[in-house]
Design a protein around this ligand. Structure first.
Ligand SMILES: O=c1[nH]cnc2c1ncn2[C@@H]1O[C@H](CO)[C@@H](O)[C@H]1O
Ligand SMILES: [Zn+2]
Length: 366
């Protein structure tokens, strides 16, 4: 399926005014999957990167979405070679982070956790610490430019096919008071189970640090089981294949297996990213996306972008796709947004303040 052939997808999506205005929180957004196309082109010129498929910003945006629209997570991830290639200096990382905060704020996002893999930004000679500092300074600049309309924390991602996750977990602990909210594991799921990174998770637990794990995207329930029960993930990136452990009956009722029941009953948040799931083959189309079944069964659902450039999306567009597919109105999006803030890797008083002073009044005013 090509999303770009579908007028309801990608950059052409018309977004309702109330959706645009609604306050939003995003927990799953990759820094290196959300660059402005024009910025990639400018940065490529500055650093002498000549492998971009086009130098026209609009065409580049379409290229990313189409190239990622393959039905395979591995092919989806190949497109990140172009974005990471131009994110190798302090200035580039600062700029991309500042623009990320501006773009999210312009979309009505009031709280964001943005993730990236520091180990993928060392080719220009930066150290891991310098990468984290440059990104954090960029986000502080973006918050200033948007006059505090958005608060951004970062998640440091370990790549599941490499062996640096313990180092990245240590980096997370070292920078936790300075802009880093937690840790994540990402990359190709098949053949790279989360338990390969147990030393990283043990380090984080020893230091009472938050983490989430991408699981149940390309691999089924066993990956989610390992992420939750063996590794101790507090949230799950995607997690949509939890449906493997749910039996839906003809009369619409459902029976949950022990894993699905555990995830639901413990309020483990699923960071659901519908458009990305369509591209990687984790779901067939919006109308049959498991988000609605999971919501009705009482799972803690959050709605996310995954990669705004690569998936040709924004938070508003994800809201719109769900409104179109399932008829969701403001009350459902308020529920998703409150769930996201309540699952944020933030101190409880800050979560409460965001819910009571920003999210609830924002929805009440729609
Ligand atoms: O949905 C996803 N599943 C797994 N890995 C992902 C996804 N989106 C992005 N990345 C990977 O995470 C890295 C750090 O941001 C990206 O470079 C990409 O390889
Ligand atoms: Zn992701």
């Amino acid at each position: 399926m090509h999303l770009s052939d579908n007028p309801a997808a990608g950059t052409a999506t018309p977004v309702a005014d109330w959706i645009q205005r609604a306050p939003k929180a995003v927990l799953h957004d990759h820094l290196d999957g959300g660059l402005r196309p024009a910025t990639i082109i400018e940065l490529a010129r500055e650093c002498g990167y000549t492998a971009l498929p086009t130098e026209d910003p609009a065409a580049l945006a379409v290229w990313f979405r189409d190239a990622a629209d393959s039905g395979s997570l591995e092919r989806y991830l190949e497109t990140f070679a172009h974005t990471c290639a131009v994110m190798q200096t302090r200035e580039a990382l600062f700029r991309v982070a500042a623009e990320c905060a501006e773009d999210l704020a312009a979309d009505g996002v009031v709280y964001a956790e943005v993730r990236y893999a520091p180990e993928q930004h060392l080719e220009g000679g930066l150290t891991l610490d310098e990468v984290v500092e440059a990104v954090n300074e960029g986000f502080r600049e973006g918050e200033r430019r948007t006059r505090g309309r958005i608060t951004v924390g970062t998640l440091l991602t370990g790549m599941r096919h490499t062996t640096r996750s313990l180092e990245i977990a240590e980096l997370t602990v070292a920078h936790r008071e300075r802009g880093v909210a937690g840790f994540d594991i990402a990359g190709g799921e098949i053949g790279n189970p989360p338990a390969n990174h147990l030393p990283a998770f043990q380090h984080l637990k020893r230091h009472n640090c938050h983490f989430t794990i991408h699981a149940g995207e390309a691999v089924g329930a066993e990956s989610i089981h390992e992420a939750v029960q063996v590794c101790g993930a507090e949230r799950i990136g995607h997690g949509v294949r939890i449906t493997d452990d749910i039996q839906v009956h003809d009369d619409g009722t459902a029976t949950l297996g022990h894993l699905a029941a555990y995830v639901r009953d413990n309020g483990i948040a699923l960071e659901v990213c519908p458009t990305s799931n369509l591209q990687t083959g984790a779901a067939k189309d919006y109308a049959s996306h498991p988000i609605d079944l999971l919501r009705r069964l009482g799972f803690r659902i959050t709605l996310n972008t995954d990669n705004r450039l690569v998936s040709g999306t924004t938070m508003s567009r994800e809201f719109q796709h769900m409104a179109d597919a399932f008829g969701y109105g403001p009350e459902v999006f308020e529920q998703f947004t409150v769930a996201a803030v309540e699952s944020a890797f933030l101190p409880l008083p800050e979560r409460r303040r965001l819910v009571d002073e920003v999210i609830r009044p924002g929805y009440a005013a729609l």
